[in-house]
Design a protein around this ligand. Sequence first.
Ligand code: S3P
Length: 441
Amino acid sequence: MKNQIKIESRIRPFNNQIEVSSDKSLSIRCILLSSIAAGKSKIFNLLESEDVINSLKALKKIGVNYIRKKDHIEIHGVGINGFNLKNKTVINAGNSGTLARCIIGLCSATNKKIKLIGDNSLSKRDFSRVIKPLNMFGVKIKSKKNLLPLEIYGSNLLRPINYKEDKGSAQVKTCIILSAINTPGVTKIKALHSRNHTELLLKYLNYPIKIKRKNLYDIIEIEGLNQFNSFEYKVPGDISSASFFIILTLLSKNSELLIKNINLNPSRIGILKILKKMNANIKILNKKNYRGELIGNIKIKSTKNFKSINCPSSLNSSAIDEFLLIFLVAAKSKGISKFKNLDELNKKESPRLNIAIDFLRMIGVKIKRVKNDITIFGNPKLDPGGKYHIKKFLKDHRVFMMSVIAALTLNGKFTINDKDSIKTSFPNFLKILISIGAKIN
Ligand code: S3P
């Protein structure tokens, strides 16, 4: 089958230096914010993936032009409230929850009807989390059971809100921030910690946004309708994409890898903190600050004696896209690992908690689940052997890539469907693996 791959052997020891694809969250945020900047922004190193291409297509739909130049993309910002769109504009967010949720906030002040649609996976995801705060701003949204397609009726009479975001969702927080920019007055958000790229970008742009960091929450105040200038930005590598290679190296024998130019924003490196606690041999080198974001290189060496972990749920949000990989390490570690309150994991491109449990049980790992808490009984000698076919995962890119890493580090013959899912976030994933010696048919 064309869209299927086979892996029948572990990767041989390797010692390489790589770069991975650009950060998806930052790429989408640069596109959205440059659309309302005054003038032409230049974005270098933009991720070339389907989620990002759909974000650019969405700009065209709302009357924002862009030009692809040799080494960057130039986005012609129209200023706050400057969108020019036809009534009944249809925006297709494809697979991207980030685009879908954030674009509604961005367009909250347009008084034309917008229809928001998405692919099969996105159409199963709940939008009540953004519909609720947007309704409070004065945006009307019609849907069946809070699922796509949504019909959105923005308003030029928005009012600022006070909102408590308690899911730790950066998509919801960004949606509210973007809507607040369209709204006169000061919007206040009490937001459980989550990735803060939008806030850092706005700070860099000198936008009036105040952030007070409290123990669990950030208190954010944004003053609406302050026009900001166009900007230049060079998007660094994505820690979520790097994570597949981090785990590959840790679980392979006698191997070393240097991954260069990765975004190491503290709100994204839960995986590194968790792996360190589990004894992983990882070092951060050449740290520097770029426009408020921390960037550096990651050096990884094979690790033999992984310790189990009782994972603090305060790290859940900063590792949310990496749990599938962390579970693989827990399965190979000595002792019993516990992870709690993982309900958000089931609300991703696929129900990832359910899928991870099925996957690990299939390869012989013992797991106990109580609601959204799991216990993994680790086994350093885990050697599944046998033949496996990974097929029912709603084409979730991260499930596909985790399965590939499992196949390359465990003993067994794996057939994995839906190779094209990598186009969502990491189109070069298989190419880079092959360049460091993986045998993939
Ligand atoms: C993202 C936020 C996270 C993450 C997703 C990207 C973002 O989702 O899982 O891959 O760019 O804001 P939630 O906001 O639903 O936690």
